[in-house]
Design a binder for this molecule. Sequence first.
Ligand code: PGA
Length: 257
Amino acid sequence: MRRVFVAGNWKMNLSRDETRKLVEGLRDEVGDEDRLDLAVAPPFVYLAEAVAAADGSNITVAAQNVYFEEKGAYTGEISPGMLLDVGCTYGIVGHSERRHVIGETDELIARKVKAALDAGLKVILCVGELLGEREAGSTNDVVRTQVVKGLFDLPAEAMADVVIAYEPVWAIGTGVTAEPEDANEVHAFIRALLAEKFGRRVADDMTIQYGGSVKADNAAELMAQTDVDGALVGGASLKVDSFVGIIRNTIEAKGLG
Ligand code: PGA
C-alpha cells in the first residue's frame, strides 16, 4: 500500500528550545494523525530532543544525513546505528545541498543508502535536476542516473524502506515550484524506472515525495497529482501553522479525509 508522507527538512535551523516547541506544537495539531506518515528532520544535535518531544505520537524523526560506516575513525560523521540508537526512523540521503554544496557524488550516496538500509534505517533518497539541466531538456537523464546509481544495486525487498523525494534544485528555497503537471511527469517517469527494475507492484507501493518551495497554499495542487505522494518541505516546515497547513491540504487533496 502506497503511503502518503509529509516530512519537514529543517536544514541548519532552529535551537534546542525551538526544536522542542515546534515538535510539541505539531504534536498538539497532528500527533494522532494516522492517515499519512509524518516526519521532522532537525539538525543532528537536536535529534534526541525531537524524539523525546514526539514520543508516543505518530510523528517520526529523520536525520538530514548519514554516514556509510558503522563506527571508527571518521571524525565528524554519524552512523546509521547511532541514528537508530537515538530513535530516528529515517535518514535523508543525497539532498541537493549535500550533492551541490558539499559535493557528494552518486557513488557516495549509494554507499550511504545501502548502509542505512542494512542497519534498519529507512531512507529518503533525494533526486532532482539543476536549472541548466532542465533548460537543456536533460531532466529525465539526470534523475535516471541518480535513481539508478542510488538504488539499482539493491534487492527489490529493500524498496519497502525507501522513499524518493523528487526535488528540482531550481525550486528549492526559491519560492518557485514546478508546475504540478511537470512534477507529476517526473514522478511518473521515476515510478516507471522503478517498475522496470523492481516490478510494477513494488513501484506502485513506493512513496515519491515532491520537494521545492512547497507551502500550504500550493500543496493542494501539487498533491492532487496521481504520482505525487507527499512532500519534503524545507522553509515551510519551520513553523507549526505552515507545516500543519501543508499536512491538512495534503490529506484533503489525497482524499484521505
Ligand atoms: P524548500 O526546501 O521547501 O525550502 O524549498 C525543500 C528541501 O530542500 O527539501
